[in-house]
Design a protein around this ligand. Structure first.
Ligand code: ADP
Length: 649
């Protein structure tokens, strides 16, 4: 009776032998399992073994597509092996399944329990792998009885395989190579763009690098490779890397697209839609993280892929050529993403294309965008070179114009110079003629003036009448003045024509002679003369010119001297700057407004001036010929100081 009951229970708890492992190496069991969906998510394996639950197991109708179901899925099956030596592995090649538990009837009629799953450490698994694995144990009747519990929030669309061990490892090697290439391409793209970023320092490259890093982590965790190799004992990281990085990549991709396609410039609508994506990503991130809606992030990625593609198309239609690449890149990714999303939600079956097309799409997208970035950079460089070339041409043109203008101006200047030279020559000729004329007239006048003076002297001796004598004196002073003018003019013409001949100057003698020759001036006797001569080295210069300078200065100082205590101070000094002559008096002084004019020909600063107005003109001409300078400091009623500076010779 008991035995009968046991047999009955056994017949319930072990599924009927619904699959026989004949000689092929790989068996897909999806259609040969029995399914129980535990909506309470609480039942344990012993609960499942209970009769009432056993009766609720239903036969699978085909592919195992439960989508984003929260319920715990229980599968059970029994298989029979037909070859004695083969070792078989049960595989669920869906790394993202969060909690997978294998229960298997052992030869001693007890149930073994092994754990696997996305959120479980590798050390808990019987076989450390990206997939969830359980080695099958067969009883003496060559039967294996297995229960699989699948819990968690991830999409529950997955296949169940039984593979011959050797075949399984062969398949693993093949998959490893495939993923090696996949992650290798991502790494190459990462470093390629990193180098470009470091060279160009353009933020677009940095954003793109961030998207590559996110892509790397999303796929590394979704495929189980990160869980196996990067953080085998910290499966919780799979959650952040696989799910939450979808939030981060959406943010980066939205900003990257805005910048890369210069969306604001081409379409305001697409710009605002893209701008809203980062905010949506944060919301979906929270929904996913809290478990309120596990699929939120995945759904957003699918939607945003469509947005990127649409943005590419809109920008292309509005004339952005770089968008070509962008459209191509996202088309592939979109197809892959759609296939995956539809698979995850249970619409499509789990097969190679629904699983791997998104990976192919990701690699193509990454590569095409990298090419597009390169293309954009090339365009940018070309544009820059074009602008530089234009700037250079403009510069050249400007230079040529400038050169032409300079040439024209130089020619004009040359013409003006030639004209000036010609005019100067004419003036010099005229001056020479004038000088010759002055010279001749002066000489011709000298004789009659001497006769007039002689006659005048004779007349003053013979005539006794007072009035006539007075007239004769006035006549004499006018003739004397005429004589002075004529002498001045003779001196001037002499100065103009004389060739310079230098000689050593005896300053003591020169000054004394000049003072002496002023003796005839009426105020001479009252004047105190003071001489300061500091000559350290013999000074050579044209005596006639220097004499004209000193003579004129002393004569004027005497002529315009003070009525009270008049003095004339003559100061001569040589140093490295040349010869310095100062003649200072305390006489009438010259008003400031006349100081600049006193060196002009025939200029007299006051009505009472006794001279011809030629003295300072001759002096200035002499200073100029010796390449020196003359300055005057004077105040009406206080006196004057004339300073002559002549260069060292
Ligand atoms: P002039 O033969 O009339 O003295 P100058 O050319 O020597 O002519 O001087 C020009 C004018 O400068 C003079 O008419 C005089 O008014 C003024 N002048 C020159 N030297 C002195 C001086 N030392 N003191 C006051 N006035 C002077």
């Amino acid at each position: 009776m008991l035995l009968g009951l046991f047999a009955f229970i056994s017949s319930l708890t072990y599924a009927q032998v619904n699959y026989s492992l004949h000689d092929t190496e790989r068996h897909r069991l999806d259609a040969h399992v029995q399914i129980y969906i535990d909506d309470s998510e609480k039942l344990s394996h012993p609960d499942i073994l209970k009769n009432d639950i056993q009766q609720q197991f239903i036969n699978s109708s085909g592919d195992l597509q439960f989508g984003y179901s929260k319920a715990t899925i229980w599968l059970k099956f029994s298989v029979k092996k037909t070859t004695s030596d083969a070792e078989w592995l049960l595989e669920l090649p869906a790394p993202f399944l969060e909690f997978v538990d294998f229960y298997q009837l052992q030869t001693d009629s007890t149930w073994s329990h092994h754990e696997s799953g996305y959120y479980r450490p590798q050390s808990k698994r019987v076989i450390s792998h990206t997939s969830h694995l359980e080695p099958l144990v067969f009883g003496s009747d060559s039967l294996s009885h297995v229960y699989i519990k699948i819990a968690g929030r991830s999409p529950k669309t997955f296949p169940v395989y039984i593979l011959e061990k050797e075949h399984f490892y062969q398949k693993t090697r093949f998959e490893d190579i495939g993923y090696g290439i996949f992650f290798g391409i991502l790494l190459v793209m990462f470093f390629y763009n990193l180098v470009i970023y470091l060279t160009l320092n353009q933020i677009n490259y940095l954003l793109y690098i961030c998207t590559i890093v996110c892509t790397f982590f999303i796929f590394a965790s979704a495929t189980g490779y990160a869980g196996k190799y990067l953080w085998p004992e910290y499966p919780d990281l799979n959650f952040y890397a696989g799910r939450l990085s979808l939030t981060v990549i959406t943010i980066f991709l939205a900003i990257f697209t805005i910048r890369f396609l210069e969306v604001k410039q081409y379409s305001k609508t697409m710009y605002y839609i893209l701008y809203s994506l980062p905010f949506l990503a944060i919301i979906t991130g929270v929904l996913t993280a809290t478990g309120i809606m596990s699929s939120a992030n995945n759904n957003l990625i699918s939607i945003s892929t469509l947005v990127y593609l649409a943005t590419g198309i809109v920008c292309r239609l509005k004339g952005n050529k770089t968008a070509n690449f962008f459209i191509a890149a996202w088309s592939f990714y979109l197809v892959g993403g759609l296939l995956l999303t539809l698979r995850n939600s249970g619409v499509l079956v789990f097969n190679f294309w629904t699983t791997h097309f998104v990976e192919i799409g990701a690699v193509l997208e990454t590569t095409i965008i990298a090419i597009a970035l390169g293309d954009r950079y090339r365009r940018y460089k070309e544009e820059k070179e074009e602008i530089q070339l234009q700037a250079l041409q403009l510069q050249q043109e400007a230079n040529e114009r400038l050169e032409l203008k300079v040439k024209e101006r130089t020619e004009e200047l040359q013409q003006t110079l030639d004209t000036i030279k010609l005019q100067k020559e004419i003036i010099e000729d005229k001056n020479a003629e004038l000088d010759a004329f002055f010279y001749r007239i002066s000489h011709d006048l000298k004789g009659p003036i001497a006769s007039l003076l002689g006659l005048n002297t004779l007349a003053t001796m013979d005539i006794k009448d007072e009035l006539a004598l007075d007239y004769l004196n006035k006549h004499h002073s006018q003739v004397e003045r005429l004589n002075q003018i004529i002498n001045g003019l003779i001196n001037l013409t002499r100065l103009n024509n004389a060739t310079l001949q230098r000689e050593a100057i005896d300053f003591e003698k020169l000054i004394n002679d000049c003072i002496e020759s002023s003796r005839s001036l009426h105020s001479f006797e009252k004047i105190t003369f003071k001489r300061d001569i500091e000559i350290n080295a013999t000074y050579h210069t044209e005596w006639t010119l220097l004499n004209a300078i000193v003579q004129n200065l002393i004569e004027n100082a005497v002529k315009y001297c003070s009525t009270v205590n008049p003095y004339v101070h003559i100061y001569v000094k040589t140093d490295e700057r040349g010869l310095n002559i100062k003649v200072k008096d305390n006489g009438a002084g010259i008003s400031e407004e006349y100081q600049s004019k006193i060196f002009e020909m025939f200029y007299r600063a006051s009505q009472h001036a006794q001279g011809s107005g030629l003295g300072l003109y001759i002096l200035k001409r002499s200073v100029d010929r010796l390449q020196g300078t003359i300055e005057v400091e004077s105040k009406i009623g206080e006196g004057s100081c004339f300073t002559v500076q002549l260069p060292p010779l």
